[in-house]
Design a protein around this ligand. Structure first.
Ligand code: UD1
Ligand code: MG
Length: 453
């Protein structure tokens, strides 16, 4: 059977007290609904239907994709009503999996286990045993332990409220009968809603079996109704991601103070100090050390490279054994070859720096190509921008740039050339030449300092 996923994401989330629809609130920098969509995608469904309502246009705008069919539920009349909006788009020969847009931590492995339960005669229901099941729908079983129904908290008898097995809301079933069951739902219940959960008793009545599966941890099925719960989900997520890094070979000096907001891969013997944020796609090769208070986004860092504290690296590729920071800022398009040193208060952007070169202090190197074994003196600036266009600075190999140079692009400095300190270099410098581009010093004898009148 092919799989189609319906993600319920129309609810308002009043308790978030937010102008943003609830499902767009992020966990680890990614909207909760995007986590649900990614969980669905991992199962290779033929279609993903996302039921939207509150903030529908914004959700659609931010998450539009070829594989997603947005279905608008104009009034939120209950989970059954929500699924009914998507049901006409579902192929009757498929299996339907229902996920919630505000339950972002659900694991692919759990969903795969759930899906193995589904057949023409069987529904798969994800349930969870809770110390405090208050608020959850309760799973009602007969004396033989066979699932009969789900009863919502507000409709439950005292005896049913004592049941600790709760409905996660996640379930999978053959689509064939779904339309008929949804058509039979009524809203004569405590909340006046069309409950998806009522489908369970109908299916049992029609002779289907409801088989249950449990998540590996309760955290997987938690939703966020307010920002306190959102923060808890964030911590659970971070704990899971930092554990993956540690199991892959990274030492985290304090896993509670490293945040992963993307896809991070680490080699062996990586060391990550405290208050580090890893965003987007980050690859840290064997033996990389990331100092305290660094922010790394979309970058690849080669083996043995050391990034000292308070450095920011975004959109950069660093080869092996580089020495970065403290307080370095490597921006997009920075490529550093083996053994490059970029020191404190240096900013680079669109800069290719070849092996063994050093930019140790207080510089801006942008739109530049730097050869091997160059030394760029403190305070050097590539003047790459005339206010309208950008120009390139090219340094050959073994170039020595004196301190406090302004390299006015476009400019090329040949192999082995040297520039004097304080030079404003506006013309190309031939190989092995010395360029001095500064006013000649005059000494004035018997100089009298001004005195106070
Ligand atoms: C639901 C289940 C309950 C389960 C609980 C788990 C029903 C009737 N009850 O209750 O058994 O224990 O989830 O958290 O299904 N939504 C829509 N449109 C609607 C209503 C809801 O899209 O008209 C979405 C919400 O945005 C949310 C999800 O469906 O993502 C669940 O809705 P919610 O109101 O939170 O259901 P609960 O009352 O918590
Ligand atoms: Mg809920």
């Amino acid at each position: 059977m092919t799989l189609e996923v319906i993600i319920l994401a129309a609810g308002q989330g009043t308790r978030m007290r937010s102008a943003l629809p609830k499902v767009l609130h992020p966990v680890a920098g990614k909207a909760m609904v995007a986590h649900a969509i990614d969980a669905a995608r991992a199962l290779n469904p033929s279609k993903i239907h996302v039921v939207i309502g509150h903030g529908a246009e914004l959700v659609r705008e931010r998450h539009a994709a070829d594989d997603i069919n947005f279905v608008v539920q104009t009034e939120q009349l209950g989970t059954g009503h929500a699924v009914a909006q998507a049901q006409p788009f579902v192929d009757a020969a498929s299996t339907v999996l229902v996920l919630y847009g505000d339950v972002p931590l659900i694991q692919t492995a759990t969903l795969e286990r759930l899906l193995t339960l589904v057949s023409a005669q069987q529904i798969g229901l994800l349930t969870v045993n809770l110390a405090d099941p208050t608020g959850y729908g309760r799973i009602v079983r007969d004396s033989a332990g066979v699932v009969q129904a789900i009863v919502e908290q507000k409709d439950a008898s005292e005896a049913q409220k004592a049941i600790c097995e709760g409905n996660t809301g996640i379930l999978a079933m053959p689509a064939a009968r779904l339309g008929e069951w949804l058509g039979r739902l009524s809203n004569s219940n405590a909340q006046g809603e069309y409950y998806l959960t009522d489908v369970i008793a109908m299916a049992v009545g029609d002779g289907l079996v409801v088989a249950t599966e449990q998540p590996s941890s309760e955290q997987e099925v938690l939703g966020a109704n307010d920002r306190v719960q959102l923060a808890q989900l964030e911590r659970f997520y971070q704990q899971r991601e930092t554990e993956k890094l540690m199991r892959a070979g990274a030492t985290l000096l304090d896993p509670a103070r490293v945040d992963v907001r993307g896809e991070v891969t680490v080699g062996k013997d990586v060391l990550i100090d405290v208050n580090v944020i890893l965003q987007g796609r980050v690859e840290l090769a064997d033996g990389v050390e990331i100092g305290a208070h660094c922010v790394l986004k979309d970058c690849r860092i080669g083996a043995g490279t050391v990034v000292k504290p308070f450095s920011h690296i975004e959109g950069a590729q660093l080869a092996a054994h580089c020495d970065i920071g403290p307080y370095a800022r490597l921006r997009s398009g920075t490529t550093l070859a083996d053994g490059v040193k970029v020191g404190n208060f240096v900013e680079t952007k669109k800069a290719q720096i070849a092996a063994g070169s050093k930019v140790n202090h207080l510089s801006y190197i942008g739109d530049a190509e730097v050869g091997t074994n160059c030394n760029i003196g403190a305070g050097t600036i590539t003047c790459n921008y005339d206010g309208v266009n950008k120009f390139k600075t090219v340094l050959g190999n073994d170039v020595f740039i004196g301190s406090n140079n302004a390299l006015v692009a476009p400019v090329t400095i040949g192999h082995g050339a040297t520039t004097g300190a304080g030079s404003t270099v506006t013309q190309d410098v031939p190989e092995a030449n010395l360029a001095v581009g500064r006013a000649k010093q005059r000494n004035i004898g018997n100089w009298k300092r001004p005195s106070k009148q």
